[in-house]
Design a protein around this ligand. Structure first.
Ligand SMILES: Nc1ncnc2c1ncn2[C@@H]1O[C@H](COP(=O)(O)OP(=O)(O)OP(=O)(O)O)[C@@H](O)[C@H]1O
Length: 228
């Protein structure tokens, strides 16, 4: 489903974020990206939803070439990819319902379908009772649940998450991981950059370690592998 071929990324300031990466991630995989701060994990994630374009090499998702893709095609790509960030990025002046519904409204889904699918996604993440409140009235864990609902509203084939538990306490982080686990079980491929050692060690999923922009380790059922 995802294939990176000889991918390098050098930012305009000269920072070499990724160096000659070759990777294949199959449909339905659950992959943790680990590695020291500044290793290139976020950059790799950004290549997957075409927030960044590699300096060299190819990025393919479902046989679509993201490097050659025209800017006007990007919104279509993003409909098949859900994105979750560490800092939530919810719209502050929209309710939970409106934040989640927005992703459907912008692609022209009819009102009734928007309502049904939005409520189903909000129910799935356990936030039915908070459907009409604003983000600032929610805890961090609840805000991240809204982000999960927003990310899965289009039933994406791929979900990418950049440190989704980074701002959450350990217990709340596990609630989010339980959700991602269930979403993966339903067939969505998940790629998640993280520093959460306990989560990586417990879940025993594929672990790709990035160090200095290169793949340093790629294990089928791996552990976090770095000291505290
Ligand atoms: N927009 C940018 N412009 C210039 N350099 C950048 C940019 N984004 C990242 N970098 C540099 O690229 C390298 C990789 O950064 P990246 O954010 O991908 O690392 P990371 O592994 O996600 O780190 P962290 O774990 O701290 O989030 C770093 O040297 C960083 O300073």
């Amino acid at each position: 489903m995802i294939q990176l071929t000889n991918v390098s990324k050098i930012y305009p300031n000269g920072a070499r974020a990724l160096v000659d990466i070759n990777l294949k991630i199959g449909k339905g995989n659950f992959v943790f990206l680990v590695g020291p701060s500044g290793a290139g994990k976020s950059t790799l994630i950004k290549l997957l939803y075409r927030e960044e374009i590699p300096t060299r090499g190819q990025v393919q998702i479902n046989n679509k070439n993201l490097v050659r893709m025209k800017d006007r095609e990007v919104p279509f790509l993003r409909r098949s990819i859900g994105v979750i960030f560490q800092d939530f990025k919810l719209l502050p002046n929209k309710t939970v319902f409106e934040n989640v519904a927005f992703a459907l409204e912008v692609i022209g889904v009819g009102k009734r379908e928007v309502r049904a699918r939005t409520l189903a996604a909000i129910e799935l993440v356990g936030l039915k009772v908070k459907v009409n409140v604003y983000p600032h009235e929610l805890s961090g864990g609840e805000q991240q649940r809204v982000c999960v609902a927003r990310a899965i509203i289009n039933s994406p084939a791929l979900l990418v998450a950049d440190e989704p538990t980074g701002n959450l306490d350990p217990e709340t982080a596990w609630d989010i991981m339980d959700l991602l686990y269930d979403i993966n079980k339903r067939g969505t491929t998940i790629v998640m950059a993280t520093h959460a050692r306990a989560i990586v060690n417990k879940m025993q999923k594929r672990v790709i370690a990035i160090e200095n922009g290169r793949v340093a380790r790629d294990e089928e059922k791996g552990g976090y592998g770095y000291d505290a």
